[in-house]
Write a protein that binds this ligand. Sequence first.
Ligand code: AMP
Ligand code: GLY
Length: 425
Amino acid sequence: MNVLVIGGGGREHALVWALRRAPSVQTLYAAPGNPGIAQSAECVPLKATDMDGLAAFAADHRVDLTIVGPEAPLAAGLVDRFTALGLRAFGPSRAAAEIETSKAFAKALMKTTGIPTADYQSFTSPDEATAYVRRHGAPVVVKADGLAAGKGVVVCRQVDDAIRTIQQMMVEQVFGAAGTRIVVEDYLAGEEASVLALTDGETVIPLIPSQDHKQVFDGDRGPNTGGMGAYAPVPVVDERCLDEIMARILVPAVRAMAAQGRPYRGVLYAGLMLTADGPKVIEFNCRFGDPETQVIVPLLKNDLADIAVAVCEGDLSRVSLDWHSSAAVCVVLASGGYPGKYETSKPISGLDRLAGLDDVIVFHADTALKDGQVVTDGGRVVGVTALGRDIRAAISRAYEAVDQVAFEGKYFRRDIGQKALARVS
Ligand code: AMP
Ligand code: GLY
């Protein structure tokens, strides 16, 4: 079949990498793609949010399956549009994507369904939010109720920090309109994990659990980023824990969405805190995670296009997933200064030395081609994923490979996967 992947980051490169290996895929397109994706797919210069352009392209090129990477086109109703035109698209409808795009909607859904999550209050007035925080005390978590590229969340250890954050989000609008409404949430203590599940609205099948590293500095310090690295599988999410996550969180969420007349199809991402009282939801996302996808798909044996078709057709019950027994670790190489200010257009060297290896894959996230040279083009530049027989082997292989790639200002965390090592040794 002909497949189109929408997006142009590390997640989409990982999806394209898997689809290139899928026996059912003939022609592979990506819009807009990136220089890494261009090695495996034909890149089409259309923005991920150009719905008219994308729909016309899919119809003209007989695209049998479109897989949507980022949340923005899902939030804008791309899947609704494609479906109305008789085009097959993997991802939730606009109404179902609200599970990510409106924290207030997601929280209300969890409350009415009994899905464990932190208690919260939602505010549109900075004065009321400030008064609440003074009464409630710290620690608390202040979140912008809208899309802010994974960065609209601030964990506040002190009441003063929370008040300053409310001021920045609601009055100074540092995250733009996303700060018009905020959520103030109780702080959850524990280890985080990402459990993504495929669902056709009825059948729910978990993908291999993974763990992201959100903060920019080693030891989980500093501001949140889109994710500085990931690994899978996650020792702390053992079989019993995964069963609990399915039974108490993912299956009830899918059932509740169907009952509300917003059937959820696609991949549902549960960002979890594994607390002393069991797993609790930090957030739902309506899409594959990034960088999580960069460690999940290299471990998947199935034909990814075939699975995506089963999801779109409401036929997921025929699928059973097969995983490699190895471990995967992804280290994100970022531009120095990210998630704050950073420079771009720095030439990247060493990528050719890693090309063609069996156990290392470099996924391009924010790269561009300039006069035939691959250069940096954003905050998270590339993800270096390595496979190993166990997590220890995968970590050391990943860091060997990281040393091969160079660009001015290259920054990465040196402790990706350490939480897993602490549990297995
Ligand atoms: P989110 O964008 O909602 O996933 O939040 C980003 C990050 O902030 C999470 O991955 C956690 O590290 C942290 N976080 C969010 N909500 C909470 C919470 N209620 N308690 C503790 N940490 C949180
Ligand atoms: N890794 C976090 C996310 O994809 O939202």
